[in-house]
Ligand binder design. Structure first.
Ligand code: ATP
Ligand code: MG
Length: 251
């Protein structure tokens, strides 16, 4: 059988900030529909990995591949086209506070629109339908016209999930998406994220600080410590003591 083409691949990716080596020779991949959790102590390099993928920072060396295209050398329009294939969810609910839930979700469509229409916010009826369907999918249809800054943290994060659904991206990068949420809401948000990815065959790379949530939701766990990958295993193969050492090991 032909091996599946990963949605995301990093090959020997390194990045230093001045003399501070944040990540070194990172190799990882995420397959379509796969939920991969990135674990690691504070300062390990998780956010730097995300930034190198979304091209918020350029890696010093190595390659980032999205499906069959290498994206780390792209610029201008080619980079913009690739970026719309990556949905971003952050710890601090990155919604526009004065816009409604639906308007925030529709922002996910901007990359698919002609620039002049995007500039004027001229969303098509089909886009609005998709936006409403996405909100419905995460149980937020009744809040579609409520301002984002009047929603609870968990509700805002669900709107962020609806936005990446409406974006129809191939890859979701979620950097500590539940860090500001209580345990019950965290589970709801992660389970929705996981369902959405499985239904749409999206790949998810999600960083977490809670090993119990990683074991519950991940298909595969990748641990990073001091800028290097120290573990990359399917959850069923992970021993509990291996995760304890994620937070104690020194390299
Ligand atoms: N813009 C920057 N300038 C200088 N150093 C940076 C910058 N961003 C990150 N670093 C350093 O790079 C290393 C990795 O940071 P990164 O933010 O990737 O860690 P992290 O695993 O996301 O941590 P946390 O769990 O606290 O979010 C740290 O030592 C950090 O101080
Ligand atoms: Mg971080």
């Amino acid at each position: 059988m032909k091996p599946e083409q990963p949605t995301l691949s990093l090959v020997n990716v390194s990045k230093a900030y001045g003399s501070q080596k944040a990540i070194r020779d990172i190799n990882l991949h995420v397959n379509p529909g796969e939920f991969v959790v990135l674990l690691g102590p504070s300062g390990a390099g998780k956010s730097t990995i995300f930034k190198c993928i979304s091209q918020l920072v350029r890696p010093d060396s190595g390659e980032v591949w999205l499906d069959s295209q290498q994206i780390n050398h792209l610029r201008g329009n080619a980079l913009r086209l690739q970026r719309r294939r990556i949905g971003l969810i952050f710890q601090q609910f990155n919604l526009v506070s004065r816009l409604s839930a639906l308007q925030n979700v529709l922002l996910g469509r901007l990359g698919h629109m002609q620039t002049w229409k995007a500039n004027l916010g001229l969303f098509s009826p089909a886009d609005r339908q998709l936006g409403l369907r996405s909100l419905d999918r995460v149980g937020m249809l009744d809040k579609a016209y409520q301002r984002a800054d009047t929603l609870s943290g968990g509700q805002q994060q669900r709107v962020a999930i609806a936005r990446v659904m409406a974006q129809e991206s191939n890859l979701i990068l979620a950097d500590e998406p539940v860090a500001s949420l209580d345990p019950v809401t965290s589970r709801q948000v992660l389970s929705q994220l996981k369902d959405v990815a499985a239904e749409s065959n999206m790949a998810i790379l999600c960083s977490l600080h809670q090993t119990d949530l990683a074991l519950e939701f991940a298909d595969r766990i990748i641990a990073v410590s001091n800028g290097v990958v120290t573990l990359n295993k399917y959850v069923r193969d992970v021993q509990e003591n291996e995760l304890e050492s994620v937070y104690t090991s020194k390299h």
